[in-house]
Design a protein around this ligand. Structure first.
Ligand code: PMP
Length: 380
C-alpha cells in the first residue's frame, strides 16, 4: 500500500528491459549501424507512445527527463531564464510536493521573484477564492499538483488553468500522482507544461516526462549543455538542436524510455477506465473501513479524491504505527511524504499513508484495518 511512492513493475516491462539490453542495445542518435538505428527508432517510438498517452499535439512536445523532479527543475531554470524578472510572481499551493516548491524557490532567489502560496481547507482542498485573489498582472506561472500525494485530493485543474490564463500566466501541472489513475488530455486541459515520473506508472525508475507546448518550448533556452542538444559547436559560440533534443543533453535513458512505453501499453491493455473504476471501488471501500476505526483522523477528505489516505491514530506516533504494520507485512509510508508544508498546515509531524492502486484488494484493506486495531490495542 505504498504505490504513491512507486508502483510494482509488470512482467512485460521487465521482459522489455531484458530484451533491449540483451538484443538491441546501442547508443541512440549516434551511429549509422543497424543496432543504433533500431535503438533510436525504439526510443522515438516511446516518445510517440507518451505523446498519444497524454494526447499531446506533437511528439516534439515530449521531452524525456529522469523524472518529474528533473522536469520541474528544467522548467524552473529555462522558463526562469527566459521570462522571469525582479518582482514577478509564481504561484504554488500549500499541498505541493517539495519537488514543486524548491525549484521555484531557487528560481525566485535567482531572479528576485516572489513565491505565493494557495492555502488549503481543513478537508485538504485548494481555497479557490484565495487563489483568485493571488492572481495578478505580476503572476507569470502557476505550478500545482494535479493530485496530492499526501491528501489524495484531485485538484480542479481546468478551473486553475482557465483562471491563470485569464490573468496572462502559464500553468505547470505536476502529474506525478494523476497519470496512473486519471486519463490525461493535455490539449483538453490546456496546461502549458505537464510532468510525471515513469516509476509511478508501472514503468522503470530514472525516466520521466516533461510535456510543454511547442511555441513555449521553442522560446526557452536549454537547461543543460552537452552532446545531442547541439547543432554546431564552436569555441566562440554554439547553436542548439531543435525540439525535443534541445532539452535532452547527453546519452538519453533510451532503455527505460522503452520500458515506460511498455508500461503504457500494459495500462492500455488493462484500460485506464477499468483501472479508474476498480480504484474508485477500492477507494470507497477503504474510506468506509478506515472511518470505522475509532480514534482515527484522516487528513484529506476532498470530495474528488484518489485512494491515497493519510491518517493518524489518536496519540500514536506514525512511525510506531508504520513499524507495527510492517511486522504484519503491511507496507505503508510514514513521515511527511515530502510535503512538510501540509504537516505545518495541520500542526502535525507526519502521518501514516496508505496509497492504493488497482492491484490492491478489499482483503488487503481489511488486513490494514485489522493491523490498525492491533496497533491501537498495543498502545491502549
Ligand atoms: N510530485 C509529486 C506529487 C509526487 O508524489 C512525487 C513523488 N512522491 C514527486 C513530485 C517527485 O517524484 P520523483 O521523485 O519521481 O521525481
Amino acid at each position: 500500500m505504498d504505490n504513491g511512492a512507486t508502483t510494482q513493475k509488470p512482467q512485460t516491462v521487465l521482459d522489455t528491459l531484458v530484451r533491449i539490453y540483451s538484443q538491441q542495445n546501442a547508443n541512440i542518435h549516434r551511429g549509422v549501424h543497424f543496432l543504433s538505428e533500431q535503438a533510436t527508432e525504439a526510443y522515438e517510438s516511446a516518445r510517440r507512445t507518451v505523446c498519444d498517452y497524454l494526447n499531446a499535439l506533437l511528439s516534439q512536445e515530449i521531452i524525456f527527463t529522469s523524472g518529474v523532479t528533473a522536469a520541474i527543475n528544467l522548467v524552473a531554470f529555462s522558463y526562469g531564464e527566459r521570462y522571469i524578472k525582479q518582482g514577478d510572481e509564481i504561484i504554488v499551493s500549500q499541498m505541493e510536493h517539495h519537488s514543486n516548491i524548491v525549484p521555484w524557490q531557487m528560481m525566485c532567489n535567482r531572479k528576485g521573484a516572489v513565491l505565493k502560496v494557495i492555502p488549503i481547507s481543513d478537508s485538504g482542498e485548494l481555497l479557490m477564492e484565495e487563489y483568485q485573489k493571488l492572481l495578478s498582472p505580476k503572476t507569470r506561472l502557476v505550478a500545482v499538483a494535479h493530485v496530492s500525494n499526501t491528501l489524495g485530493t484531485v485538484n480542479p485543474v481546468k478551473d486553475i488553468i482557465r483562471l491563470a490564463h485569464e490573468a496572462g500566466a502559464h500553468v505547470l501541472l505536476d502529474g506525478a500522482q494523476s497519470v496512473q489513475h486519471i486519463a490525461i488530455d493535455v490539449q483538453d486541459l490546456g496546461c502549458d507544461f505537464f510532468a510525471f515520473s515513469g516509476h509511478k506508472l508501472y514503468g522503470p525508475t530514472g525516466i520521466g516526462i516533461l510535456y510543454g507546448r511547442k511555441e513555449l518550448l521553442d522560446e526557452l533556452p536549454p537547461w543543460q549543455g552537452g552532446g545531442d542538444m547541439v547543432d554546431c559547436v564552436r569555441f566562440e559560440r554554439s547553436t542548439y538542436n531543435e525540439l525535443p533534443f534541445k532539452f535532452e543533453a547527453g546519452t538519453a535513458n533510451y532503455i527505460d524510455a522503452v520500458g515506460l512505453e511498455s508500461a503504457i501499453r500494459y495500462v492500455h491493455q488493462l484500460g485506464l477506465d477499468n483501472i479508474a473504476a476498480r480504484e474508485a471501488d477500492l477507494t470507497q471501500y477503504a474510506l468506509a473501513a478506515l472511518q470505522e476505526i475509532g480514534g482515527i483522523r484522516i487528513y484529506g477528505m476532498a470530495k474528488d479524491r484518489i485512494g491515497t489516505f493519510s491518517f493518524l491514530l489518536n496519540g500514536i506516533h506514525p512511525y510506531d504505527t508504520g513499524m507495527i504494520l510492517d511486522k504484519m507485512g503491511i507496507a505503508v509510508r510514514t513521515g511527511t511524504h515530502c510535503t512538510q508544508p501540509i504537516m505545518q498546515r495541520f500542526g502535525i509531524e507526519g502521518t501514516v499513508r496508505a496509497s492504493l492502486c488497482f492491484y490492491n484488494t478489499c482483503e488487503e484493506i481489511d488486513k490494514l484495518c485489522e493491523g490498525l486495531q492491533k496497533v491501537k490495542k498495543l498502545f491502549a
